[in-house]
Write a protein that binds this ligand. Structure first.
Ligand code: FMN
Length: 165
């Protein structure tokens, strides 16, 4: 990652509304390369991740995946699978958050989904095996301008409270 981790963590927020614009090929490649290297959790569990992304030619490919209306216009999802086992969820959470922070660092928005996604549809995208589970996925894409503005206003109002005399 290019920026200091603490800065990336501060910069990141859950993004629920995305620009209707596919993730650029160079960003998709960077993210895929990162996901390929992000496979072993600190407690030793192996997981695997993939990026499922719309393209310029097939913008609608992700529309039917199923996120129960919690996410608008996502043009990508990071989907992962992990074997059942001791501390597998801790490792999976660590690895997916690392991927989330990498995505933030290259300018993409993200939102974790641990429950509001149709598991069977996402399972097909990563060809999940009978011994694996998909504990969570994350939406990924360019943050919608109005959502970015709304979020930065929220941040300013928190950091600059109005003074009372
Ligand atoms: C482990 C985990 C699972 C989550 N699962 C869902 C989910 O199923 N559906 C959803 O809409 N948001 C989900 N979220 C997103 C949270 O609701 C989100 O982090 C919360 O709105 C706080 O927003 P903030 O990150 O901007 O502070 C999940 C977040 C985490 C960390």
């Amino acid at each position: 990652m290019n920026k200091p981790l603490a800065k990336i963590i501060k910069q990141r927020f859950s993004c629920r509304v995305y620009l209707d614009k596919p993730i650029a090929e160079n960003h998709q490649r960077m993210l895929m390369d990162y996901l390929e290297s992000n496979r072993t959790g600190p407690l030793g569990t192996q997981a695997r991740f993939t990026l499922v992304a719309a393209t310029e030619y097939d913008r609608n490919s992700l529309k039917g995946l199923g996120t129960y209306g919690f996410i608008k216009n996502a043009t990508g999802f990071i989907v992962g699978a992990v074997e059942q086992g001791s501390k597998n969820l801790e490792d999976y959470g660590y690895l997916l958050e690392r991927a989330v922070l990498f995505a933030t660092d290259i300018g993409l928005g993200t939102c974790w989904l641990g429950g509001s996604f149709t598991k069977s549809n996402f399972a097909k995208k990563i060809s999940v095996t009978s011994t694996e589970i998909i504990p969570a996925v994350t939406a990924v894409g360019y943050i919608a301008i109005e959502y970015l503005e709304m979020h930065s206003k929220k941040k300013i109002s928190v950091s600059m409270p109005t003074c009372s005399k």
